[in-house]
Design a protein around this ligand. Sequence first.
Ligand code: 13P
Length: 344
Amino acid sequence: MRQQLVQVAEDIGAKGKGILAADESSGTIKKRFDGISVESTEENRRDYRELLFRTSDALSECISGVILFDETLRQSAADGTPLVQLLSDAGSIPGIKIDKGAHDLAGAPGEKVTEGLDGLRERLAEYYELGARFTKWRAVIDIGRGGDRAIPSAYGIGANAHALARMAALSQEQGLVPIVEPEVLMDGDHNIDRCFEVTEATLKQVYMALFHQRVLLEGSVLKPNMVLSGKLCADQAGVDEVAEKTVRCLKRAVPSSVPSIVFLSGGQTDIEATAHLNAMNAGFDTPWNLSFSYGRALQAAPLQAWGGAADNGPAAQAAFAHRARMNGLATRGKWSMELERAAA
Ligand code: 13P
């Protein structure tokens, strides 16, 4: 069992590849579809995801794993092929989002805790049967506005770290590699140094909780935010500063036994997400593989290109393949704005 977990964690971190996060919950995919005036029906959701999963060259080249929502793990393509089969055929490992979203944390106004632990062992056993080999659970840590240092509280960070460790231990018990995702949000007016401070405190609590709950770090993957200026901060840090501070923060908090760190994009533009990852890989030696697990930064372009019309399928696939390849290059520190323009 340990060997299998370590192997899957290593496969997820294969050099030159990263993860496609296609695990939007029903509410989130509706929001994305609203943005392109497409109705969020089961068939439309299936068609859209089938289109991504049939972009097989790009998947084989650059996407080691795909995170799915419960519905998608059970769906079949229009021709009856299970969607997970499309992924396996392209050499991508299917994974599953297992959390039930962030809810108000009792006694901590303005803070959230992620729920979904009840009945999780049984759900995990079923997900394994359905073909999933890794899990993802997202904790959400907000940073108080206007310099309010009460948020996040030690209680809020601790409750989320505890839940992440519970799900990680259960996932490993069921043979699934946990992707541990503590997301410090980039919403807000805080500067990059406040983001550094909160991210460091969060990651340290998370690794303490994983240790206490006997999680095998070699069989796990971390999905963190990058260290960034808040979206509403007047002083926006540049690419080099983001890369340097993100790597420094991770080095303080993440044990080197973790094989891979795959960043979320979290509201960065497509190019920012790629440029930041590239700068880290080009400029720093790190004990872990540094890659991506992007949702929006891989899907914004194909969603726009698709717009709900089957005729636009090839254009949407080209847009997705392009972003996958650009981010694949960024995992090797070999991306550039010139390549971006040349391909466009
Ligand atoms: P974004 O890259 O859009 O932040 O999504 C990644 C993800 O899976 C969030 O849980």
